[in-house]
Design a protein around this ligand. Structure first.
Ligand code: URA
Length: 241
């Protein structure tokens, strides 16, 4: 429970002084009734608040699923380049929403953004080993030996060892890859280790979340309650069945 003026100012609806004046003037409706008392307390997670008849989006845990296009940095901020934050409304930045993990500038696909630090940590922590699936186009064909090398756990030329991963050749220089880690350029480096160059990379799933087919590159939507519940209940296994 929080004071009405505090709830509104956390939501970026104005300064405390402006908001107090608006409340006293009867311009604020909470759960269907005008409230003229700035110190009245409401549940900030469920209150429906209108200012001048317009709904105020409150600072609540936000989980956004973005179809990241190529050409955008996965960063909260950058002085020179476009970032994924430029693809979502500015108010989310004020609410502390940040990308969860990272996709390279030229990688497309499913990227989560949230202000729920605990959930973000759970998704990216190697301890939890959430499975991620990528669609990949590369030069040459993935071979049975490559499949085996991925399954055993690759040792990269720089000495980095990878957990066992699933490589599924799709023919015509295309593959799907499933892995539980998110090290820097990991998929590209794994293919490089078996002599192939990645030409196109797109993340198509992360744990129980699947990139919706109707979400255009650059478009986003909030997670549904079902998706959020599935993500919170996710119990990744160390080895695939
Ligand atoms: N692996 C990569 O090489 N790049 C990405 O963006 C994600 C996984």
């Amino acid at each position: 429970m929080q004071r009405l003026d505090k709830i509104l100012s956390s939501a970026g609806a104005g300064t405390r002084k402006e908001l107090r004046a608006a409340i006293r003037a009867g311009r604020v409706t909470v759960n269907g009734s005008v409230c003229r008392d700035e110190s009245a307390k409401f549940d900030e997670t469920s209150a429906q608040i209108l200012l001048d008849g317009e709904p105020v989006e409150l600072l609540r845990p936000a989980l956004i699923l973005l179809n990241k296009p190529a050409g955008y940095l996965t960063a909260a901020d950058d002085p020179r380049q476009k970032t994924v934050m430029d693809l979502i409304p500015a108010r989310y930045r004020r609410f502390g929403v940040m990308p969860v993990g990272r996709l390279d500038k030229d990688t497309e696909g499913l990227l989560l953004l949230t202000n729920d630090g605990n959930l973000a940590h759970r998704i990216i922590s190697p301890k939890h080993g959430v499975w991620k699936t990528y669609y990949c186009e590369h030069d040459g064909e993935a071979t049975a030996a490559d499949v085996e090398a991925f399954a055993k756990g690759l040792l990269l030329p720089d000495g980095l060892s990878c957990l066992p991963a699933v490589l599924l050749p799709l023919g015509f220089g295309r593959s799907a890859v499933r892995l539980q880690e998110g090290k820097f350029h990991q998929v590209k480096r794994m293919f490089e280790a078996v002599g192939k160059k990645v030409l196109y990379l797109k993340r198509i799933s992360m744990g129980p979340l699947v990139l919706p087919e109707d979400l255009a590159p650059g478009a986003y939507r909030k997670l549904t309650a079902e998706e959020l519940a599935a993500l919170k209940n996710e119990q990744p296994k160390r080895n695939e069945d």
